[in-house]
Each structure stands twice: as structure tokens, then as C-alpha cells.
Write a protein that binds this ligand. Structure first.
Ligand SMILES: *[C@@H]1O[C@H](CO)[C@@H](O)[C@H](O)[C@H]1NC(C)=O
Ligand SMILES: *[C@@H]1O[C@H](CO)[C@@H](O)[C@H](O)[C@H]1NC(C)=O
Ligand SMILES: *[C@@H]1O[C@H](CO)[C@@H](O)[C@H](O)[C@H]1NC(C)=O
Ligand SMILES: *[C@@H]1O[C@H](CO)[C@@H](O)[C@H](O)[C@H]1NC(C)=O
Length: 612
């Protein structure tokens, strides 16, 4: 029995060995590099005994060959690059590199030569690549990737090339994407080229501020700003980018102005902007061709809206950026104490993953998305209510600080209205607050605006049609949970009451979907609610919708793709890890399939672009 078994084992291992040989040695060595530096990782789930045996065999053999190489034994070729000489075994080099294979087996003079000079490569790089051939390990870094990739291409070490491309793709940033794009183009890395190009289009507002953009050629600028896929908040960005590019080297570039104006969709700019900025721009004033584009835009604005489609040029077509996939970001919270952890939910992949922790513990903060960044405003750090504000840059996966609020606030409401971030009410550690302050990223300052009529901690806020709503909460003075709701008009800087909710809600999840303001759950004293009501500002009325699956208070809320998500919270005894969403078309709440890694209440939630 045992005799048969061991014979079988030998046969099986022979079969595996043959299979591996036929699929090419490159595969064995190459595959490992993608799992850098995982030389020791076993990759599939086949019979572990057999598999381990085979792998050990290969690994041992290569280790020995490398050992022989370092002792210069059995070497039959000397590779030379610059000052560096590397003794090696032809058969090993040939087995991994089609370039060496052709060289040593072909008719070329090198096939017999004991000494082969590799041109266009420095000694250090060649050393790394030969090491890779023997060890399946290579370290790609910012410092070497630009020489490694062309060198790997030359030797046709496609796995190394691939790893270099993936490395560069992970480095994409508004300040380097155009350079990476040019590099990918030069070395025919199609995938990387496409990624870098799409990245530049999607982050154009930031890309246009960089050195790389200023150094583009006329043709490159034209190709970028003529793209329908350019992501810009308004066409103003494109106009500004063009002017900045010309002014960067005015003497040489001035003559290109009409050529560039052809791609700026002036008709899509607002009337005010056309009159105030564009018409005043000296570069345009002084050239008739440029003026013609301005006149075209003015004409467009003079026509009644229903006749504008009659002007058909490339410049009246709105841009249609590919919308980036989004993820939900859940910031801090209590689990059960204040935590620093931040996790993201990928809607497409139904997957949670951690991103950079908050710089310090924070729960009960106000969390909003503004101008590409996530702000975590105030909150409680486990011992104190804080006035500090941290900002998350999803591209860099990095938190940094901006100026603090004037007041300490936890359980505040935070929302973006116009260009300002509002911090509404909350609790400073001794009393509930009616005060409201606003942060202007341009001046980098917090300024008080009119206070609410009521002190509100555990308040929820939302913005509909240019008005800010403060919903329910807790009034420390009257010791009551509130059903009242106030509306803020930023133009008159005044708060006024609107219709009350049907019931008192403190710590409700407040969010906006399709111009309607939702108040989900919350509590009145010890009673935690699962009911949900919706406010329609047009009719100044609240109506009940379907209950949530669970009672929740102090949950996070966000809206995306026509659905309203309510995240975590607590039900009075437990902090919840589950997330549910409301579909208004079906009047139905459903749980998402995968819970957060932790139960969290008092977390802040926002939606951001999925990082590359
Ligand atoms: C406007 O610029 C174009 C391109 O440089 C030039 O050919 C044309 O003569 C200029 N027109 C005027 C009136 O300056
Ligand atoms: C849940 O969070 C609350 C604060 O919201 C905390 O007091 C409590 O200890 C937590 N409960 C559990 C079971 O973690
Ligand atoms: C909370 O913030 C205060 C003031 O900034 C600080 O002194 C304290 O160490 C913080 N506590 C924790 C637990 O981070
Ligand atoms: C998620 O949490 C809820 C309770 O909050 C639980 O009922 C559900 O089974 C959990 N789902 C998963 C997939 O663990």
C-alpha cells in the first residue's frame, strides 16, 4: 500500500514538474514578483504536500545556481554594463529572458562569446535584473523605476515591466500624472498610458495648477482641453487653465491663443463670468479671432433658452466626464470609546477597508465633503469636546489640520452651503449651543453667523435649495428632545422655524435625497426610534415613510446614487455595525450585505471618489 502511494507521489510530482516546464520557467519565477517580495508564498490550493515538494525543488535549484554564480562557478558568460562585470550562466539567463535566449541560442556572434556587453543600461540596473532572474525578487522604488522599466523591456522581463507599471499607476497624483503619461507613451505601456490619461482628465482642476501642465506642448494642451471627458466643476477652470498656460511663456505662446480658444466652451460659462472676466482679459481683447469666440458665446446667451440648441458648435456641447466610482468613508465614532479608525465601503465590490487613521481620537464630529476633501469638524476625543478640524485627502490617503472653530462642539451638525462649511449647535462640555459658525476655505477662517433660536445638541442638518435645516436635537435648557426644525437663509443671515416633525428626535440621522430632507431614527429619552419622516420644503410638510430595519440613534447618513444610507449608530444597548439604505422608489429599507468591521455610533460619514 505504502509502496503504491509513494510511486503515485513520484508520478504526480513528475506530472506537475512537466506541466510547469511546458508553461515555461518564466512563469514560475515571474509569478512571484507580482507578490513582491513573496518568494515564500505558495499560490494555489492544490495538494499541499505535492505542491510544496515541487516548489521547494525549484527554489532550491535556483538558490544553488545563484550560489554558484556568487562563487563564479560553472559560469559561462560575463555580462558587462559600464564598469560592472557580472558572471552568469547562459542557461539561467536564457530560461527567463527571451532576449538572452535569442542571444545565446541564435546565430548572433554573442552566442559563443564569453563576454557580452549590454549597451544602454547601467551596471547597477543590470545587476538588479540578473539578481531578479536568479531570485525572483526585485525592489521597485521611486528612485529606480524610471531606469528599471526600459531596462526590463529591453531584456523582455515582462513581469518586471508589469510591476514597474503597477508601481507607477499607484503613484499617480495631480502633480505627476502628465509626466507618467508621457513616460508610459515613450515606453509603449498601454495600460499605464490609459490610466494616467484618464487620471489627468478626472483631476484636471488640480492638474492645471502644476508645473507639468505648464510644460505641455500646444498640441498636448489642445488634446487635453478638447476632451469631452474632462472633469471640471465649471468651464471657468478650462478658461483659467488656458490663460495660465499662455501666460507661463507669453512671448512664445501668445500666437496660440485662437487655436486654444477653439476648445474652450465659452458659451457654457455664466453671463457674469463672460462679461467680467473673459471680456476684460487683455489677451482676448486684442485679437479679432478670439473676439469672435466671445461673440459666439454672447449670442448663445442672448437667445431664449429653447433656441440655444440651434447654435451647433463643439463649444456648446456640455462635457460629459466619466463619473468616478464612489466609496463611502466612515470617520471615527465610538466603538465603544472614541476611536481613530476610518473605514471605507466600496459599493461595487461590497467590501470594507481601512484607510489612514484620524490624527487623534474623534467621535460625535461633524463630517462633510467639500472641494474634494473630507472635513471632520469638532467632536469628542474621549476626554474633551474639541474645536479642532481635520481634513482628509483621499488621493494621498492623508489627514492634516485646518484652523479650529471658535467654540468647542460635539454632536454638532455640519453641512456645506455655497462655498462655506457650517458648524451648527452641538455641546461644548457644559451646555448645548445655539451658536453657528462658518468656515471659508479661501480665507481659512471661522466666522460666527446668526445663532439658531434654540440650543441644539445631537442635531442633524441638511441643505436643500440653498437653505440649511437644523432638525430636532436636545435642548439642554429645557432638558427636552426636540421636534422643532429651523431653516437658515444665508442671504438674509436669519433662522426661522418651519413645520415640526411628527415626533421628538434627538440624534436622528439627517440626510438629503432628491430635494427632500430625511430624519431617520433618533431618540426621545430612553426610547430609540426606527421610524423615518421626510420634509418637503416646497409644501412645508413632514410625511412618514417606511421604518428602518433597526432602531438607530447617532447614526451616520449619506446619499448616493438615489439611495439614502444610514450607517451604524446604537439601538440603546449595542453599537451597530450594520448599514441600511432607503430606496424612495420602493419605499423600502434594506441592509447592505457586509457589516462594518466594528459597531460604531457617532461616526461621521461622507462619500468620496474611489482612490485608484
Ligand atoms: C490673432 O491671432 C492669430 C494667431 O496668432 C493671428 O493670425 C491673427 O493675425 C491675430 N489677429 C489680430 C487682429 O491680431
Ligand atoms: C456603544 O456606544 C456608547 C456610546 O454611544 C457607549 O457608551 C457604549 O459603551 C457602547 N456599547 C457597546 C456595547 O459597545
Ligand atoms: C483631547 O484633547 C485635549 C485637548 O486638545 C488633549 O489635551 C487630550 O490629551 C486629548 N485626549 C485624548 C484622549 O486624545
Ligand atoms: C450585520 O449586523 C446585524 C446586526 O446589527 C446582523 O443582524 C447581521 O446578521 C449582520 N450581518 C452580517 C453579514 O454579519
Amino acid at each position: 500500500m505504502s509502496h503504491v502511494a509513494s510511486q503515485l507521489a513520484i508520478l504526480t510530482s513528475l506530472a506537475i514538474w512537466l506541466a510547469v516546464q511546458c508553461s515555461g520557467n518564466m512563469d514560475i519565477v515571474g509569478r512571484r514578483v507580482t507578490a513582491l517580495p513573496g518568494f515564500d508564498s505558495e499560490e494555489d490550493g492544490r495538494d499541499p504536500g505535492m505542491h510544496t515538494f515541487t516548489h521547494t525543488h525549484m527554489r532550491k535549484a535556483f538558490r544553488l545556481m545563484n550560489d554558484l554564480r556568487s562563487r563564479r562557478m560553472l559560469c559561462d558568460v560575463l555580462l558587462v554594463a559600464g564598469e560592472v562585470e557580472i558572471p552568469a550562466h547562459k542557461v539561467v539567463l536564457a530560461s527567463c529572458s527571451p532576449y538572452f535566449c535569442a542571444m545565446f541560442t541564435g546565430e548572433m556572434s554573442e552566442s559563443k562569446a564569453p563576454r557580452v556587453e549590454i549597451r544602454d543600461m547601467d551596471g547597477q540596473t543590470l545587476t538588479k535584473l540578473v539578481d531578479y532572474i536568479y531570485t525572483a525578487q526585485i525592489e521597485v522604488s521611486e528612485d529606480n523605476v524610471q531606469v528599471l522599466l526600459p531596462a526590463a523591456s529591453l531584456l523582455q522581463l515582462m513581469d518586471v515591466r508589469q510591476v514597474c507599471c503597477e508601481f507607477l499607476q499607484a503613484q499617480l497624483h495631480p502633480t505627476n500624472c502628465l509626466g507618467i503619461r508621457a513616460f508610459a507613451d515613450l515606453h509603449a505601456c498601454t495600460d499605464l498610458l490609459n490610466h494616467a490619461h484618464a487620471y489627468a482628465e478626472q483631476h484636471f482642476s488640480e492638474v492645471m495648477q502644476g508645473e507639468e501642465f505648464m510644460s505641455l506642448s500646444l498640441q498636448q494642451v489642445c488634446s487635453l482641453i478638447s476632451s469631452d471627458k474632462l472633469t471640471v466643476s465649471t468651464e471657468e477652470k478650462v478658461f483659467e487653465a488656458m490663460i495660465a498656460w499662455i501666460k507661463h511663456d507669453k512671448e512664445a505662446r501668445l500666437e496660440y491663443m485662437p487655436k486654444l480658444m477653439e476648445h474652450v466652451r465659452l458659451p457654457l460659462l455664466s453671463r457674469d463670468y463672460l462679461v467680467q472676466i473673459v471680456e476684460e482679459e487683455a489677451l482676448i481683447k486684442n485679437n479679432n479671432t478670439c473676439k469672435d469666440f466671445l461673440i459666439e458665446a454672447m449670442k448663445y446667451h442672448l437667445l431664449p433658452a429653447d433656441q440655444r440648441h440651434l447654435i451647433k458648435t463643439d463649444r456648446t456641447r456640455p462635457r460629459t466626464p466619466v463619473s468616478l466610482p464612489k466609496v463611502m468613508i466612515v470617520v471615527g465614532g465610538q466603538a465603544p470609546k472614541a476611536i481613530r479608525s476610518v473605514e471605507c465601503y466600496d459599493f461595487q465590490e461590497d467590501r470594507w477597508y481601512q484607510v489612514a487613521d484620524l490624527p487623534s481620537r474623534r467621535c460625535r464630529a461633524g463630517v462633510v465633503f467639500m472641494a474634494g476633501k473630507v472635513y471632520a469638524v469638532g467632536g469628542f476625543n474621549g476626554s474633551l469636546r474639541v474645536r479642532t478640524v481635520d481634513v482628509y485627502d483621499g488621493v494621498r490617503d492623508h489627514w492634516s489640520a485646518v484652523p479650529s472653530m471658535q467654540e468647542r462642539r460635539s454632536t454638532l451638525g455640519a453641512a456645506v452651503l455655497g462655498d462655506l462649511l457650517y458648524a451648527v449647535g452641538g455641546f461644548d462640555g457644559s451646555t448645548g449651543l445655539s451658536s453657528v459658525e462658518a468656515y471659508n476655505p479661501k480665507t481659512n477662517e471661522w466666522v460666527f453667523v446668526a445663532p439658531m433660536n434654540t440650543r441644539r445638541s445631537s442635531v442633524g442638518v441638511g441643505v436643500v435649495d440653498g437653505k440649511l435645516y437644523a432638525v430636532g436635537g436636545y435642548d439642554g435648557a429645557s432638558r427636552q428632545c426636540l421636534s422643532t426644525v429651523e431653516e437658515y437663509n444665508p442671504v438674509s443671515n436669519k433662522w426661522g422655524y418651519v413645520a415640526d416633525m411628527s415626533t421628538r428626535r434627538s440624534g436622528a440621522g439627517v440626510g438629503v435625497l432628491d430635494g427632500q430632507l430625511y430624519a431617520a431614527g433618533g431618540h426621545d429619552g430612553p426610547l430609540v426610534r426606527k421610524s423615518v419622516e421626510v420634509y418637503d420644503p416646497a409644501t412645508n410638510t413632514w410625511r412618514q415613510v417606511c421604518d428602518m430595519n433597526m432602531c438607530r440613534r447617532n447614526a451616520g447618513v449619506c446619499a448616493i446614487n438615489g439611495l439614502l444610507y444610514v450607517i451604524g449608530g446604537d439601538d440603546g444597548s449595542c453599537n451597530l455595525s450594520s448599514v441600511e439604505y432607503y430606496n424612495p422608489a420602493m419605499d423600502k429599507w434594506s441592509l447592505i450585505p457586509t457589516n462594518m468591521s466594528n459597531g460604531r455610533s457617532y461616526a461621521g460619514v461622507s462619500v468620496i471618489d474611489k482612490p485608484l
